[in-house]
Each structure stands twice: as C-alpha cells, then as structure tokens.
Ligand binder design. Structure first.
Ligand code: ACO
Length: 479
C-alpha cells in the first residue's frame, strides 16, 4: 500500500482507505434460543429478524477485540505503525474508568518506536465509533494534520441480562484506516446531527456489563432521531447538489445503511425514510410508488412510531426499495447481532461484500448512526469512480468475512447461558485467570490470559496460520 499523502491546505477525497472486521468465532442460534427462552417460535428469527448471535467467553474483552482488529488491519495492508498519526477507539464496553483502550493498543506500536499518536477513547452507547470517525476526519481536514493516516476502531461486547433484550446482543470490532485520496470518500457539507437527553438505554451500574434498558422507549428514540437526521441530511443534500431539488433522497442514493439493534428495526427504519419522502412529495403517485398510502397523507411523524397499520403499509410499499438499497447491508447484523459501536460499519462492510467491485463503483451510501442517551448522525460515502488498486484491496480484505461466518462454532443456548453467568460472576474480578477455551478462536485473535491483583490485564495471540511470506506467525508479547 502506498504511504500517506503529504499534508496540504485541503486534503483531497478524505475517507476510508482500508477496513477490517472482527467478530467472535462462536455463536448461538436464535431459533434454538427461542426454545430455550420459552418464547413463541419466530419471535427472534422473524419478529426481530435475527439468525445468529456472536458472543465472547471470558477470554475476550474490549482490549483484546481491539488488539485483534488493529493488528489484522496493519498486517493485511502491509502498513507500518509509523504510518499512523491518530488512533481513536469508540466503545461503550468500559472495563476501566480511567485508562483508555487506545493506550492498551499503543503496545502494538512499541517496536516501531512511534509514540506520537493523537486520539483517545470516545463513549456514548453505540455512537462512540462514529464520533471517533468524525474526529479522525476532522483531524485530517485540520491544521493539526501531519500527513499520516488516522485509525478508527469501533468495538463492543453487547450483552443483556436475561429477559426480552438478551437476544439482541452481539460482539465485534471494526477498524477503519482514514486518509486522503481514499476509495470510500466522505461527502462534505452534509453531515447531520441530532442529540437529545433520554434515558432509553444506559449503564449506571459499574459492577455489571448490562445496561438498564427501556426497550420501547429506545425504539421510539431511534426512530425520532432518524426522522430528524434524515430531514437535516435531505436539506443539506439539496443545498450541496448531491440530490436534485425535485428528486427525493431515496432515489438519488444507492444504499442506506443503518445502525442495527436488530434487522427488523432496520426494515422499519427504511419504511420510515420512505414515509418522510412521501410526506414531502408535493404530488405523490398513488397509482405507482405510493399505491395504497392515500390514508397516510396527513400522518403526523410524532404520532406514528407505534402505529402498526401505518408501519405495515409503509413496509409493504417500500419493500422492493428496501431489498435493493438496504437489505444487502444486513449480513453481519443478521449473523452476529448488534455489535453496538461497530454495527453501522459492519453494515457498510456487508454492503460492500454484496456486489462485485465494478457494480459498486460510483455508488453513494447514506449511513445512519444511533447511540442511546442519545446521539445520532446521518452522513454519506461515495465510492470512488475508478476501480483502482486501493478499492480492489479494500474489498479483497473484506472477502474473508463470509468464510469466517461459516467457520464459526455453534454453541448451545445452555452453554451460552453458562458463559453469560460466568462473565457476570467474574466481571471486574482481580486477580482472575480466565477459564474459557482458546481452541476455537480464529487465527490472529488476541485473548486474555490473566488479570493480576492490581487489575493489570495480560494478553496473548493465537498464531496466524500462514502469513503472505509463507512463515508461521509467532504469538505476540503484549502484556
Ligand atoms: N413470530 C413472528 N413475530 C413475532 C412472534 C412470533 N412468534 N412473536 C413476536 N413477534 C414480533 C412482534 O410482533 C414484534 O414485532 P413488531 O414490533 O413488528 O410488532 C417483534 O416480534 C418483537 O416482539 P415484542 O413483543 O415487541 O418484543 P419485546 O418487547 O419482548 O422485545 C425489544 C423487543 C424491546 C426490542 C427488546 O429486545 C429490547 O429491549 N432490545 C434492546 C433494546 C434495543 O435494541 N433498542 C433499539 C435501539 S437502541 C440500541 O441500539 C441498543
């Protein structure tokens, strides 16, 4: 990979240069979980749209997830740690109230001698990764930029107490290399933000990994934030000429990727933006695109979050557009679950995997990021028009996702439940030696070996089976 560009007054095409996705090597099947949880058949798989849920044993924590994804990104792109001038972590999986995961990751930089790396951790539910990403983009577009890449890591272990939210968990991490002359370019002047105070999902109990969650309120907050971001983004897209004055946003974008707490909410979200377009349309075509929606013409957005009839009609009317523009982004969300901060970027990776490189060229992807509490944003990415080596490499590096999904180990709901209990009982314990097996972990995965009496954590790495030069990769020595 060519080195970073020199700093200039206004760097060209700032965006994602490379991506790496990590998810656990074990999962629980949602249909089996329905039986175990004694809920009606289809509630998790059809009602929420989830097939499998990835989860971690006591061998993995937020530091190990981020170590894994960062090292893999660096290795697969033949980068030097000296190429990185900023490193940001977005996470809500807090295991230390003071020491950031970013500082743990600095161990990977040690042999390069690069200690000059800006950035720290950012937290607000599932939004921390997006805030970290915006910081990285802003840095590259600022007078502080020194010409090196920024590296953004979004990672989380999403676990809930037993009950109706548990099936919406997941785990994973996404790393994104941000630089100029990128193959995935952030549109300028359209980023739209909506932030508000809400107690929909929060983690006030420091002794537990679990959130306090008001599920219905969180859905309402999510949809309200989506309306607000979509309206603001649409206005900015019109002002900047990304979309024509007469056109609607769905028509002028190729894909819509949403933060995915569960896939059914994403389908409802697409129906929601379809509703926004419909209500803005001066003369809707009731014999075509908006057939059957006459009775919804005076629907009030604020009164319709749980209007089941309206939702059903809108989902039916928008289904073919949803299938085309959003469904392809749901692979990881369906197969791994809600990864929290990485969720929307897992959606981006899934979308990029869903078509051939030549089909993706020139596409505009609109992303919606939501974090409870609440913080949200809508922004967009344009895929470079030329199928150059950078885009090819980015896509090629994502191609192992499907294989890794297949290679995971299915664990019974009973084992999953035991693992959750173990994590509960040993959360914050020191000293502690993890007992989970390391056998099934993917090559190159970092795992926890020990927490000493002073809460200092030590890690080791599963050897990479084969690296490009044909040698076996040794385990690492991060402590
Ligand atoms: N077959 C098919 N569908 C079914 C079945 C069945 N047997 N049983 C239920 N369903 C449907 C329901 O009709 C419902 O669909 P609808 O919403 O379209 O009407 C869906 O399955 C879910 O059923 P509910 O009874 O509404 O589910 P419940 O209230 O038990 O829990 C919830 C759902 C609130 C999402 C819960 O899982 C939760 O709290 N999750 C965590 C919070 C969350 O993810 N919030 C989203 C934004 S914030 C964030 O990202 C964390």
């Amino acid at each position: 990979m060519p080195g970073p560009s020199n700093p200039g007054p206004w760097p060209k095409d700032v965006g994602v240069v490379a991506m790496e996705v990590y998810f656990p090597s074990q999962y629980v099947d949602q249909a089996e979980l329905e039986i175990f949880d004694k809920v009606s058949t289809g509630k998790y798989t059809i009602g929420l749209g989830q097939a499998k849920m990835g989860f971690c044993s006591d061998r993995e924590d937020i530091n190990s997830l981020c170590l894994t994804v960062v090292q893999k990104l660096i290795e697969k792109n033949d980068l030097s740690y000296n190429d990185i001038g900023r490193l940001e972590v977005g996470t809500e999986t807090i295991i230390d109230k003071s020491k950031s995961t970013k500082t743990v990751l600095m161990q990977l930089f040690e042999s390069s001698g690069n200690y000059s790396v800006e950035g720290i951790d950012t937290t607000n539910a599932c939004f921390g990764g997006t805030s970290a990403l915006f910081n990285a983009v802003n840095w590259i577009e600022s007078s502080s930029w020194d010409g090196r890449y920024a590296l953004v890591v979004a990672g989380d272990i999403a676990v809930y107490a037993t009950g109706n939210a548990r099936c919406t968990g997941g785990a994973g991490a996404v790393a994104m290399l941000i630089g100029s002359e990128a193959p995935l370019v952030f549109d300028r002047g359209v980023r739209s933000i909506y932030m508000q105070h809400a107690y929909d999902f929060y983690k006030p109990n420091m002794d537990s990994e679990y959130p306090v969650v008001d599920g219905k309120l969180s859905v309402k907050c999510y949809l309200h934030a989506l309306d607000k971001c979509y309206q603001a983004y649409t206005e900015k897209a019109t002002q900047t000429g990304i979309k024509g004055k007469e056109d609607n946003l769905i028509n002028s974008s190729d894909a819509f990727v949403f933060h995915s707490p569960y896939c059914k909410l994403v389908q409802k979200s697409f129906a929601r933006i379809f509703l926004n377009d419909f209500l803005q349309e001066p003369s809707p075509d009731f014999s075509g695109r908006y057939a059957g929606l006459e009775s919804l013409r005076n629907l009030k957005l604020e009164e319709s979050y749980f209007d089941r009839d309206a939702e059903k009609a809108l989902m039916a009317a928008s289904n073919s557009l949803f299938t085309l523009k959003t469904k392809p982004s749901l692979l990881l969300a369906n197969q791994v679950g809600n990864m929290y901060t990485p969720s929307v970027y897992g959606g981006l990776a899934s979308y990029l995997l869903s078509a051939s490189p030549s089909e993706l060229v020139g596409h505009r992807i609109v992303l919606f990021s939501y974090g409870s509490g609440l913080a949200s944003a809508m922004f967009s990415i344009k895929i470079t028009k030329d199928l150059g080596p950078k885009l090819n490499k980015l896509l090629e590096n994502l191609s192992n996702i499907s294989k890794n999904l297949q290679n995971r180990v299915k664990v019974s709901p009973e084992e999953f439940d035991k693992t959750m209990k173990l994590r509960e009982e040993t959360h914050n314990r020191a000293p502690y030696t993890p007992v989970g097996s390391t056998e099934g972990l993917f090559p190159g995965t970092w795992f926890l070996t020990e927490v000493d009496s002073m809460h200092r954590r030590k890690y080791d790495r599963v050897p990479l089976v084969q690296i490009p030069n044909g040698n076996l990769q040794q385990t690492g020595d991060v402590k």
